[in-house]
Write a protein that binds this ligand. Sequence first.
Ligand SMILES: Cc1cc2nc3c(=O)[nH]c(=O)nc-3n(C[C@H](O)[C@H](O)[C@H](O)COP(=O)(O)OP(=O)(O)OC[C@H]3O[C@@H](n4cnc5c(N)ncnc54)[C@H](O)[C@@H]3O)c2cc1C
Length: 377
Amino acid sequence: MPDVLIVGAGIIGAACADALAARGLNVTVVEQDVVGSGATAAGMGHLVAMDDSPAELALSAWSLELWRGFVREYPARHEYSQCGTIWVAADDEEMAAARIKAQTMAAHGLQCGLLDAQGLYEREPQLRPGLAGGLLVGGDGLVYPPKSARILMDRAAARGAKLVSGSVHRIDGGSDSGVSVVLADGTRMSAGRVVLAAGSRSAALLPELPVQAKKGHIAITDRYPGFIRHQLVELGYIKSAHAASGDSVAFNLQPRPTGQILIGSSRQFGTTDLAVESAMMARMLRHAAAFTPALANMNVLRCWTGLRAASPDGLPVIGQHPVRPGLWLATGHEGLGITTSLATAQLLAAQLTGESAAIPAQPYLPSRFEQMRSAHD
Ligand SMILES: Cc1cc2nc3c(=O)[nH]c(=O)nc-3n(C[C@H](O)[C@H](O)[C@H](O)COP(=O)(O)OP(=O)(O)OC[C@H]3O[C@@H](n4cnc5c(N)ncnc54)[C@H](O)[C@@H]3O)c2cc1C
């Protein structure tokens, strides 16, 4: 019987497997598809410091530090690039938001600098005229997420973790008498603890978990090396990204190390259908071309969608179930789970083994949700 059984080998499950195996625990991961599928395969892989709340900034900044250490050995295998992020301010109001963001980030020790319009166009001449400026955050970067998940899972395996193919149908127990999962073929697997890291599918296995799917569209172009040099995100993104309902698109452009341009992104609630919707895709592309007009003449090679797992307060759910102590959660990372995966794994592993961690666990605990506290086995 493993010490820990992890449901899901997306970037979160793989990172948790690696962190727990590094502490000498006997780990088994159950995955119904392939390592790094799910949202991990769909995401943009932008490693970005986000400051919508102090807890989000603490987790993302810590995780970025861990990423820089992790990719150092084999940056090419992760397709890593420390491209930095430019938060693009369209007008004076957004420039004021950039100033506040700069203060918050600088107070947290993050390397950043305000850009006036001239500074913005010197760095990114493809942006449309008339923008006010921006904020350059230098420590941000990007990876190719499914590869990073694979590297994490391989390292976990080298540390003794096992990967089992199967679809978890049910989680039973979670008290002192033990916890187990039942696979779709009826096989029961018991473990000292179970960690639920099934991304947007997590609530299907745990109905009291307040996590819902937020669909996102992405497109990738042919190779246009040097078209842009930084990840470009509109400051207006913050307004749409955190809406609790309704559909939205935001300008989010990424220079892949291949020379391709990754174009994001959209947000939709109330659907788990992964089909690409042409109306949503057209809206997203039009919006992107409004910021970088030359994009309209480029070839898009492929479009796809993915489901983010969104919690009501925008923070991930990391820690022990409040009334089922053998059951642990590492999910709800919404649009930031690639960035926050490594810190999530460290935070979970520290709690599970009774160590102290670099940041307090409290803001991310499942017990912050009333419906988790009042759940029954
Ligand atoms: C369009 C889009 C863009 C994004 N861009 C970024 C970005 O730029 N930067 C960033 O930091 N984050 C980004 N994200 C968010 C990020 O991709 C996710 O937060 C992260 O991948 C979540 O990882 P996960 O392991 O929790 O979930 P997933 O990657 O979904 O993995 C869950 C795994 O569990 C498996 N599974 C599910 N149910 C079961 C079951 N019953 N039994 C067995 N296995 C099961 C699945 O097959 C899957 O492999 C983006 C997401 C989307 C959709």
